[in-house]
Design a binder for this molecule. Structure first.
Ligand code: PLP
Length: 475
Protein backbone atom coordinates (compact mmCIF):
# COMPACT_ATOMS: atom_id res chain seq x y z
CA UNK A 1 0.00 0.00 0.00
CA UNK A 2 2.74 2.46 0.83
CA UNK A 3 5.20 1.52 -1.90
CA UNK A 4 4.81 4.88 -3.58
CA UNK A 5 5.59 6.98 -0.49
CA UNK A 6 8.92 8.76 -0.74
CA UNK A 7 10.42 10.78 2.07
CA UNK A 8 13.24 12.95 0.81
CA UNK A 9 14.56 16.50 0.88
CA UNK A 10 14.90 18.85 3.81
CA UNK A 11 11.22 19.14 4.85
CA UNK A 12 10.67 17.43 8.24
CA UNK A 13 9.79 13.73 7.79
CA UNK A 14 6.64 14.04 9.87
CA UNK A 15 5.30 16.82 7.64
CA UNK A 16 6.14 14.90 4.46
CA UNK A 17 4.43 11.75 5.69
CA UNK A 18 1.37 13.68 6.79
CA UNK A 19 1.04 15.42 3.42
CA UNK A 20 1.53 12.29 1.37
CA UNK A 21 -0.95 10.19 3.35
CA UNK A 22 -3.63 12.89 3.49
CA UNK A 23 -3.32 13.55 -0.25
CA UNK A 24 -3.68 9.87 -1.09
CA UNK A 25 -6.76 9.63 1.08
CA UNK A 26 -8.34 12.75 -0.44
CA UNK A 27 -7.66 11.54 -3.97
CA UNK A 28 -9.07 8.15 -2.98
CA UNK A 29 -5.94 6.25 -3.81
CA UNK A 30 -6.48 4.76 -0.35
CA UNK A 31 -10.14 3.88 -0.32
CA UNK A 32 -12.49 4.53 2.61
CA UNK A 33 -12.46 1.58 4.95
CA UNK A 34 -9.09 0.24 3.78
CA UNK A 35 -6.57 -0.75 6.38
CA UNK A 36 -3.24 1.00 6.82
CA UNK A 37 -0.11 -0.84 7.92
CA UNK A 38 0.61 -0.81 11.65
CA UNK A 39 2.83 2.02 12.79
CA UNK A 40 5.62 -0.47 13.49
CA UNK A 41 5.46 -1.86 9.95
CA UNK A 42 5.22 1.55 8.29
CA UNK A 43 8.14 2.87 10.35
CA UNK A 44 10.24 -0.12 9.32
CA UNK A 45 9.31 0.14 5.61
CA UNK A 46 9.99 3.87 5.41
CA UNK A 47 13.05 3.88 7.66
CA UNK A 48 11.64 6.42 10.12
CA UNK A 49 11.00 6.24 13.84
CA UNK A 50 7.76 4.76 15.13
CA UNK A 51 7.14 8.00 17.03
CA UNK A 52 7.04 9.86 13.74
CA UNK A 53 4.43 7.50 12.29
CA UNK A 54 2.35 7.53 15.48
CA UNK A 55 2.34 11.33 15.52
CA UNK A 56 1.10 11.42 11.92
CA UNK A 57 -1.56 8.78 12.54
CA UNK A 58 -2.78 10.71 15.60
CA UNK A 59 -2.99 13.92 13.59
CA UNK A 60 -4.90 12.21 10.75
CA UNK A 61 -7.28 10.61 13.23
CA UNK A 62 -7.94 13.94 14.91
CA UNK A 63 -8.74 15.46 11.51
CA UNK A 64 -11.09 12.65 10.51
CA UNK A 65 -8.94 11.03 7.81
CA UNK A 66 -8.32 7.84 9.79
CA UNK A 67 -10.12 5.85 12.44
CA UNK A 68 -8.93 3.12 14.82
CA UNK A 69 -10.88 -0.03 15.37
CA UNK A 70 -10.08 -1.68 18.65
CA UNK A 71 -7.87 -4.71 18.15
CA UNK A 72 -8.04 -4.47 14.35
CA UNK A 73 -5.80 -1.56 13.39
CA UNK A 74 -5.99 1.82 11.67
CA UNK A 75 -8.37 2.39 8.71
CA UNK A 76 -9.17 5.16 6.25
CA UNK A 77 -12.30 6.78 7.68
CA UNK A 78 -15.56 5.54 6.10
CA UNK A 79 -17.02 9.05 6.10
CA UNK A 80 -14.26 10.27 3.81
CA UNK A 81 -16.33 9.07 0.84
CA UNK A 82 -19.04 11.71 1.46
CA UNK A 83 -16.54 14.36 2.53
CA UNK A 84 -14.67 14.05 -0.75
CA UNK A 85 -17.76 13.67 -2.94
CA UNK A 86 -20.44 15.60 -1.07
CA UNK A 87 -24.07 14.85 -1.88
CA UNK A 88 -26.98 17.25 -1.60
CA UNK A 89 -28.80 19.91 -3.56
CA UNK A 90 -26.44 21.66 -5.94
CA UNK A 91 -23.54 19.40 -5.04
CA UNK A 92 -24.24 16.51 -7.39
CA UNK A 93 -21.73 17.59 -9.98
CA UNK A 94 -18.31 18.71 -8.87
CA UNK A 95 -17.49 22.22 -10.13
CA UNK A 96 -14.86 21.98 -12.82
CA UNK A 97 -12.78 25.10 -13.32
CA UNK A 98 -9.10 25.88 -13.66
CA UNK A 99 -7.09 23.53 -11.45
CA UNK A 100 -10.24 22.51 -9.58
CA UNK A 101 -10.87 26.00 -8.16
CA UNK A 102 -14.38 27.29 -7.47
CA UNK A 103 -15.86 29.53 -10.21
CA UNK A 104 -13.43 32.28 -11.10
CA UNK A 105 -14.18 36.02 -11.40
CA UNK A 106 -15.11 37.42 -14.78
CA UNK A 107 -11.79 38.04 -16.49
CA UNK A 108 -10.74 41.66 -17.06
CA UNK A 109 -8.49 42.53 -19.92
CA UNK A 110 -6.09 44.97 -18.38
CA UNK A 111 -2.47 43.96 -18.17
CA UNK A 112 -0.98 44.11 -14.71
CA UNK A 113 2.66 45.16 -14.94
CA UNK A 114 5.36 43.22 -13.15
CA UNK A 115 7.75 45.08 -10.84
CA UNK A 116 10.46 44.88 -13.51
CA UNK A 117 8.31 46.46 -16.22
CA UNK A 118 7.05 49.16 -13.89
CA UNK A 119 10.53 50.48 -13.16
CA UNK A 120 12.17 50.52 -16.58
CA UNK A 121 13.70 53.83 -17.70
CA UNK A 122 11.11 55.89 -19.63
CA UNK A 123 8.22 54.27 -17.78
CA UNK A 124 5.69 57.12 -17.64
CA UNK A 125 5.14 58.48 -14.16
CA UNK A 126 8.36 57.11 -12.70
CA UNK A 127 10.45 59.81 -10.98
CA UNK A 128 14.24 59.88 -10.92
CA UNK A 129 14.69 57.48 -8.01
CA UNK A 130 18.44 58.14 -7.79
CA UNK A 131 17.84 61.84 -7.20
CA UNK A 132 15.76 61.18 -4.11
CA UNK A 133 17.45 62.56 -0.93
CA UNK A 134 17.51 59.16 0.69
CA UNK A 135 19.88 60.07 3.54
CA UNK A 136 17.77 62.91 4.90
CA UNK A 137 14.71 60.75 4.40
CA UNK A 138 16.24 57.88 6.35
CA UNK A 139 17.19 60.16 9.23
CA UNK A 140 13.55 61.21 9.55
CA UNK A 141 12.33 57.66 9.09
CA UNK A 142 14.59 56.37 11.90
CA UNK A 143 13.43 59.13 14.18
CA UNK A 144 9.76 58.33 13.49
CA UNK A 145 10.30 54.57 13.74
CA UNK A 146 11.11 54.77 17.42
CA UNK A 147 7.92 56.65 18.36
CA UNK A 148 5.51 54.54 20.36
CA UNK A 149 2.61 56.70 19.20
CA UNK A 150 3.04 55.36 15.67
CA UNK A 151 2.68 51.70 16.63
CA UNK A 152 -1.04 51.63 17.24
CA UNK A 153 -4.18 52.51 15.31
CA UNK A 154 -4.87 55.99 14.05
CA UNK A 155 -7.79 57.75 12.38
CA UNK A 156 -9.16 56.44 9.09
CA UNK A 157 -8.84 59.96 7.74
CA UNK A 158 -5.07 60.02 8.13
CA UNK A 159 -2.35 61.30 10.44
CA UNK A 160 -3.31 64.79 11.59
CA UNK A 161 0.14 66.44 11.23
CA UNK A 162 0.29 65.18 7.63
CA UNK A 163 -3.19 66.45 6.82
CA UNK A 164 -2.21 69.80 8.31
CA UNK A 165 1.01 69.93 6.28
CA UNK A 166 -0.85 69.01 3.06
CA UNK A 167 -3.56 71.62 3.68
CA UNK A 168 -0.87 74.32 4.23
CA UNK A 169 1.00 73.25 1.14
CA UNK A 170 -2.09 73.14 -1.09
CA UNK A 171 -3.35 76.52 0.11
CA UNK A 172 -0.07 78.27 -0.59
CA UNK A 173 1.20 76.49 -3.67
CA UNK A 174 -2.01 75.38 -5.45
CA UNK A 175 -4.60 77.89 -4.29
CA UNK A 176 -6.76 75.08 -2.92
CA UNK A 177 -9.34 76.28 -0.39
CA UNK A 178 -9.15 73.76 2.39
CA UNK A 179 -8.71 73.05 6.06
CA UNK A 180 -7.04 69.96 7.43
CA UNK A 181 -10.37 68.28 8.24
CA UNK A 182 -11.21 68.23 4.50
CA UNK A 183 -8.03 66.30 3.65
CA UNK A 184 -8.27 62.51 3.52
CA UNK A 185 -5.09 60.49 3.14
CA UNK A 186 -5.35 57.62 0.67
CA UNK A 187 -3.35 54.73 -0.65
CA UNK A 188 -2.13 56.69 -3.68
CA UNK A 189 -4.33 58.70 -6.01
CA UNK A 190 -5.66 55.35 -7.16
CA UNK A 191 -7.50 54.70 -3.90
CA UNK A 192 -8.84 58.25 -3.93
CA UNK A 193 -10.39 57.60 -7.35
CA UNK A 194 -11.82 54.26 -6.27
CA UNK A 195 -13.36 55.80 -3.13
CA UNK A 196 -15.02 58.46 -5.27
CA UNK A 197 -16.51 55.71 -7.47
CA UNK A 198 -17.78 53.87 -4.36
CA UNK A 199 -19.40 56.92 -2.84
CA UNK A 200 -20.82 58.76 -5.83
CA UNK A 201 -21.89 56.19 -8.38
CA UNK A 202 -25.25 54.43 -8.50
CA UNK A 203 -26.05 51.87 -11.19
CA UNK A 204 -26.29 53.54 -14.57
CA UNK A 205 -24.70 56.88 -13.56
CA UNK A 206 -22.57 58.16 -16.41
CA UNK A 207 -18.96 59.25 -15.96
CA UNK A 208 -17.26 61.68 -18.34
CA UNK A 209 -13.60 60.95 -19.01
CA UNK A 210 -10.99 62.84 -21.00
CA UNK A 211 -10.21 61.01 -24.22
CA UNK A 212 -7.35 60.21 -24.37
CA UNK A 213 -7.02 60.11 -20.61
CA UNK A 214 -5.52 58.48 -17.56
CA UNK A 215 -6.20 54.76 -17.49
CA UNK A 216 -5.98 54.51 -13.70
CA UNK A 217 -8.99 56.84 -13.47
CA UNK A 218 -10.92 54.85 -16.04
CA UNK A 219 -10.28 51.57 -14.21
CA UNK A 220 -11.39 53.05 -10.88
CA UNK A 221 -14.44 54.91 -12.16
CA UNK A 222 -15.58 52.01 -14.30
CA UNK A 223 -15.19 49.46 -11.53
CA UNK A 224 -18.92 49.17 -10.83
CA UNK A 225 -19.82 48.92 -14.51
CA UNK A 226 -20.91 52.56 -14.97
CA UNK A 227 -20.82 53.87 -18.54
CA UNK A 228 -17.64 55.86 -19.26
CA UNK A 229 -18.37 58.61 -21.77
CA UNK A 230 -15.38 59.96 -23.71
CA UNK A 231 -14.87 63.74 -23.81
CA UNK A 232 -12.66 64.79 -26.74
CA UNK A 233 -9.65 67.05 -26.39
CA UNK A 234 -9.11 70.29 -28.24
CA UNK A 235 -5.57 71.65 -28.53
CA UNK A 236 -4.44 68.91 -26.12
CA UNK A 237 -6.89 69.90 -23.35
CA UNK A 238 -10.40 68.88 -22.38
CA UNK A 239 -12.83 70.41 -24.87
CA UNK A 240 -15.07 72.27 -22.43
CA UNK A 241 -17.33 73.36 -25.28
CA UNK A 242 -18.14 69.73 -26.10
CA UNK A 243 -19.59 69.02 -22.65
CA UNK A 244 -23.01 70.53 -23.34
CA UNK A 245 -23.71 67.94 -26.02
CA UNK A 246 -22.76 64.90 -23.97
CA UNK A 247 -25.80 64.56 -21.73
CA UNK A 248 -26.02 64.27 -17.95
CA UNK A 249 -23.23 62.76 -15.87
CA UNK A 250 -22.53 62.25 -12.19
CA UNK A 251 -18.74 62.69 -12.42
CA UNK A 252 -16.23 64.25 -14.79
CA UNK A 253 -12.64 63.13 -14.45
CA UNK A 254 -9.93 65.49 -15.70
CA UNK A 255 -6.32 66.62 -15.40
CA UNK A 256 -6.69 70.38 -16.04
CA UNK A 257 -3.19 71.49 -15.08
CA UNK A 258 -1.34 68.98 -17.27
CA UNK A 259 -3.63 66.86 -19.40
CA UNK A 260 -2.68 63.21 -19.17
CA UNK A 261 -1.16 62.13 -21.48
CA UNK A 262 -1.22 64.96 -24.08
CA UNK A 263 0.14 67.64 -21.74
CA UNK A 264 -2.09 70.66 -22.43
CA UNK A 265 -3.03 73.18 -19.72
CA UNK A 266 -6.60 74.42 -19.36
CA UNK A 267 -6.51 78.23 -19.31
CA UNK A 268 -8.37 80.47 -16.92
CA UNK A 269 -11.39 81.09 -19.13
CA UNK A 270 -11.77 77.36 -19.81
CA UNK A 271 -11.47 76.62 -16.09
CA UNK A 272 -14.24 79.04 -15.27
CA UNK A 273 -16.43 77.68 -18.05
CA UNK A 274 -15.84 74.14 -16.77
CA UNK A 275 -16.87 74.94 -13.19
CA UNK A 276 -19.93 76.84 -14.38
CA UNK A 277 -20.95 73.95 -16.63
CA UNK A 278 -20.56 71.55 -13.68
CA UNK A 279 -22.64 73.77 -11.39
CA UNK A 280 -25.40 74.11 -13.98
CA UNK A 281 -25.47 70.39 -14.67
CA UNK A 282 -25.08 68.99 -11.18
CA UNK A 283 -21.86 67.17 -12.05
CA UNK A 284 -18.87 66.65 -9.75
CA UNK A 285 -15.44 67.41 -11.19
CA UNK A 286 -12.58 65.13 -10.20
CA UNK A 287 -9.50 67.33 -10.46
CA UNK A 288 -6.49 65.04 -10.70
CA UNK A 289 -3.55 67.35 -9.94
CA UNK A 290 -0.96 64.62 -10.28
CA UNK A 291 2.19 66.51 -11.35
CA UNK A 292 1.55 70.25 -11.30
CA UNK A 293 4.70 70.80 -9.21
CA UNK A 294 6.69 70.35 -12.41
CA UNK A 295 5.86 73.33 -14.58
CA UNK A 296 9.14 74.64 -15.89
CA UNK A 297 8.72 78.24 -17.00
CA UNK A 298 5.94 79.70 -14.93
CA UNK A 299 3.89 78.98 -11.87
CA UNK A 300 1.14 76.48 -12.73
CA UNK A 301 -2.45 77.73 -12.89
CA UNK A 302 -4.10 77.59 -9.50
CA UNK A 303 -6.32 74.57 -8.95
CA UNK A 304 -9.92 74.69 -10.14
CA UNK A 305 -10.95 73.65 -6.64
CA UNK A 306 -10.05 77.07 -5.23
CA UNK A 307 -11.59 79.23 -7.95
CA UNK A 308 -15.08 79.58 -6.49
CA UNK A 309 -16.77 79.06 -3.18
CA UNK A 310 -18.48 75.71 -3.19
CA UNK A 311 -16.98 74.58 -6.49
CA UNK A 312 -18.21 70.99 -7.02
CA UNK A 313 -14.67 69.66 -7.07
CA UNK A 314 -13.08 66.54 -5.60
CA UNK A 315 -9.38 67.33 -5.58
CA UNK A 316 -6.94 64.41 -5.92
CA UNK A 317 -3.18 64.58 -5.31
CA UNK A 318 -0.32 62.15 -4.84
CA UNK A 319 3.22 61.87 -3.50
CA UNK A 320 4.09 59.33 -6.19
CA UNK A 321 5.72 61.95 -8.41
CA UNK A 322 6.89 64.48 -5.83
CA UNK A 323 8.47 61.89 -3.51
CA UNK A 324 8.28 58.28 -4.67
CA UNK A 325 5.63 55.84 -5.88
CA UNK A 326 6.59 53.20 -3.31
CA UNK A 327 5.10 55.32 -0.51
CA UNK A 328 1.64 54.66 -1.99
CA UNK A 329 0.43 57.87 -0.41
CA UNK A 330 -2.04 60.24 -1.97
CA UNK A 331 -4.81 62.52 -0.76
CA UNK A 332 -8.28 63.77 -1.45
CA UNK A 333 -9.66 67.19 -0.59
CA UNK A 334 -13.45 67.25 -0.48
CA UNK A 335 -16.23 69.64 0.57
CA UNK A 336 -17.55 69.17 4.12
CA UNK A 337 -20.63 67.04 3.32
CA UNK A 338 -18.53 64.54 1.39
CA UNK A 339 -16.04 63.83 4.18
CA UNK A 340 -18.10 61.27 6.11
CA UNK A 341 -19.25 59.19 3.12
CA UNK A 342 -15.65 58.97 1.89
CA UNK A 343 -14.42 57.95 5.35
CA UNK A 344 -17.07 55.24 5.56
CA UNK A 345 -15.98 53.93 2.17
CA UNK A 346 -12.34 54.07 3.19
CA UNK A 347 -13.04 52.17 6.39
CA UNK A 348 -14.24 49.18 4.40
CA UNK A 349 -11.62 49.36 1.69
CA UNK A 350 -8.29 49.09 3.42
CA UNK A 351 -8.99 51.23 6.48
CA UNK A 352 -6.11 53.29 7.77
CA UNK A 353 -3.06 54.30 5.79
CA UNK A 354 0.28 53.09 7.21
CA UNK A 355 1.29 55.56 9.88
CA UNK A 356 5.04 55.44 9.63
CA UNK A 357 5.07 56.62 6.02
CA UNK A 358 2.58 59.38 6.84
CA UNK A 359 4.59 60.63 9.81
CA UNK A 360 7.81 60.58 7.79
CA UNK A 361 6.25 62.61 4.98
CA UNK A 362 4.81 65.08 7.49
CA UNK A 363 8.21 65.72 9.05
CA UNK A 364 9.83 65.88 5.61
CA UNK A 365 7.39 68.65 4.64
CA UNK A 366 7.49 70.53 7.94
CA UNK A 367 11.29 70.58 8.04
CA UNK A 368 11.40 72.38 4.68
CA UNK A 369 13.04 69.47 2.87
CA UNK A 370 10.02 68.78 0.68
CA UNK A 371 10.15 72.33 -0.71
CA UNK A 372 13.89 72.04 -1.39
CA UNK A 373 13.45 68.64 -3.01
CA UNK A 374 10.71 69.98 -5.30
CA UNK A 375 12.89 72.91 -6.40
CA UNK A 376 15.76 70.56 -7.23
CA UNK A 377 13.53 68.14 -9.08
CA UNK A 378 11.86 70.92 -11.06
CA UNK A 379 15.29 72.00 -12.34
CA UNK A 380 16.40 68.43 -13.01
CA UNK A 381 13.24 67.52 -14.93
CA UNK A 382 13.40 70.74 -16.90
CA UNK A 383 16.96 69.86 -17.99
CA UNK A 384 15.90 66.33 -18.89
CA UNK A 385 12.82 67.57 -20.73
CA UNK A 386 14.95 69.95 -22.87
CA UNK A 387 17.52 67.32 -23.55
CA UNK A 388 15.11 64.56 -24.47
CA UNK A 389 13.09 66.85 -26.67
CA UNK A 390 16.19 68.02 -28.51
CA UNK A 391 17.46 64.49 -28.99
CA UNK A 392 14.07 63.33 -30.29
CA UNK A 393 13.96 66.22 -32.76
CA UNK A 394 17.40 65.35 -34.10
CA UNK A 395 17.28 61.54 -33.99
CA UNK A 396 13.68 60.86 -34.97
CA UNK A 397 13.16 63.73 -37.38
CA UNK A 398 10.29 62.88 -39.71
CA UNK A 399 9.54 59.65 -37.84
CA UNK A 400 7.65 61.00 -34.83
CA UNK A 401 6.08 64.26 -33.75
CA UNK A 402 6.88 65.18 -30.14
CA UNK A 403 4.01 66.74 -28.20
CA UNK A 404 5.77 68.74 -25.57
CA UNK A 405 4.18 71.17 -23.15
CA UNK A 406 6.90 72.60 -20.87
CA UNK A 407 5.82 70.58 -17.87
CA UNK A 408 5.70 67.21 -16.24
CA UNK A 409 7.68 64.04 -16.52
CA UNK A 410 6.67 62.58 -19.87
CA UNK A 411 6.46 63.37 -23.59
CA UNK A 412 4.19 61.93 -26.23
CA UNK A 413 5.86 60.92 -29.48
CA UNK A 414 3.03 60.80 -31.99
CA UNK A 415 3.44 58.75 -35.14
CA UNK A 416 1.61 56.43 -37.47
CA UNK A 417 2.90 53.08 -36.31
CA UNK A 418 1.57 50.09 -34.41
CA UNK A 419 2.23 51.66 -31.02
CA UNK A 420 1.33 48.57 -29.00
CA UNK A 421 3.83 46.43 -30.92
CA UNK A 422 6.48 49.15 -30.71
CA UNK A 423 6.00 49.61 -26.97
CA UNK A 424 6.24 45.84 -26.44
CA UNK A 425 9.38 45.69 -28.53
CA UNK A 426 10.94 48.60 -26.61
CA UNK A 427 10.33 46.69 -23.42
CA UNK A 428 12.39 43.78 -24.75
CA UNK A 429 15.21 46.33 -25.20
CA UNK A 430 14.86 47.34 -21.52
CA UNK A 431 12.88 50.58 -21.99
CA UNK A 432 9.45 51.45 -20.66
CA UNK A 433 6.71 53.38 -22.49
CA UNK A 434 2.96 53.11 -22.98
CA UNK A 435 1.14 53.06 -26.31
CA UNK A 436 -0.86 56.25 -26.80
CA UNK A 437 -3.75 54.30 -28.36
CA UNK A 438 -4.28 52.50 -25.02
CA UNK A 439 -5.36 55.80 -23.45
CA UNK A 440 -8.43 56.07 -25.64
CA UNK A 441 -11.98 54.91 -25.02
CA UNK A 442 -13.62 53.60 -28.16
CA UNK A 443 -12.27 53.33 -31.66
CA UNK A 444 -11.15 56.83 -32.61
CA UNK A 445 -7.54 56.71 -31.63
CA UNK A 446 -4.22 58.33 -32.30
CA UNK A 447 -1.04 56.33 -32.10
CA UNK A 448 2.26 57.16 -30.48
CA UNK A 449 4.44 56.43 -27.48
CA UNK A 450 4.06 57.99 -24.05
CA UNK A 451 7.60 58.20 -22.67
CA UNK A 452 8.61 59.25 -19.17
CA UNK A 453 11.94 61.06 -19.37
CA UNK A 454 12.32 61.72 -15.62
CA UNK A 455 13.70 58.26 -14.89
CA UNK A 456 16.13 58.13 -17.85
CA UNK A 457 19.83 59.04 -17.91
CA UNK A 458 21.48 60.78 -20.86
CA UNK A 459 23.01 57.49 -21.99
CA UNK A 460 19.64 55.75 -21.80
CA UNK A 461 18.10 58.51 -23.90
CA UNK A 462 20.76 57.99 -26.58
CA UNK A 463 20.42 54.21 -26.54
CA UNK A 464 16.63 54.24 -26.58
CA UNK A 465 16.36 56.75 -29.40
CA UNK A 466 18.97 54.90 -31.50
CA UNK A 467 17.02 51.67 -31.05
CA UNK A 468 13.74 53.40 -31.92
CA UNK A 469 15.22 54.96 -35.02
CA UNK A 470 16.49 51.63 -36.35
CA UNK A 471 13.16 50.01 -35.69
CA UNK A 472 11.04 52.78 -37.19
CA UNK A 473 13.21 52.93 -40.33
CA UNK A 474 12.98 49.15 -40.72
CA UNK A 475 9.17 48.99 -40.56
C1 PLP B 1 -2.78 61.15 -14.32
C2 PLP B 1 -2.24 60.52 -13.07
N1 PLP B 1 -2.91 60.64 -11.93
C3 PLP B 1 -2.47 60.10 -10.78
C4 PLP B 1 -1.29 59.40 -10.75
C5 PLP B 1 -0.74 58.90 -9.41
O1 PLP B 1 -1.21 57.70 -9.06
P1 PLP B 1 -0.80 57.00 -7.67
O2 PLP B 1 -0.80 58.05 -6.60
O3 PLP B 1 -1.86 55.99 -7.47
O4 PLP B 1 0.57 56.43 -7.85
C6 PLP B 1 -0.59 59.19 -11.91
C7 PLP B 1 0.61 58.35 -11.91
O5 PLP B 1 1.12 57.87 -12.87
C8 PLP B 1 -1.07 59.78 -13.11
O6 PLP B 1 -0.39 59.65 -14.26
Amino acid sequence: MIDDIRLEGSTPLQQQLYEQLSQRILRQRYLPGSRLPSSRQMAGDLGVSRNTVNAVYDQLKAEGFLQSRAGKGVFVHEDIATAVKPAGPGLERPIRTAAGLPPLPVPTHTNIRTAEDANLPFQPGLPDLDAFPIRSWNRILHHQESRRALRGYDSIQGYLPLRRAIADYLRTSRGVRCEEHQVIITNGAQQALSLIADVFLQAGDRVLCENPGYRGARYALGRHGNPLVPVPLRNQVLDVGALEGLGPAKLLSCTPTHQYPMGGVLDLAQRMALVQWAQRNGCWIIEDDYDSEFHFYHKPFAAIQGMFDNAPVLYVGSFSKTLMPALRTGYLVVPEPVIKPILNAKRVSGGETPLLAQATIAEFIDSGQFGRHLRRMRQLYQDKWKEFQQKVTVELDGLVHPVAESAGMHLVLEGTFDDLALSQWLETCGFGSTPLSAHFIGKQVQTGLVMGFASASEQQMDDCLAALKTRLLAT
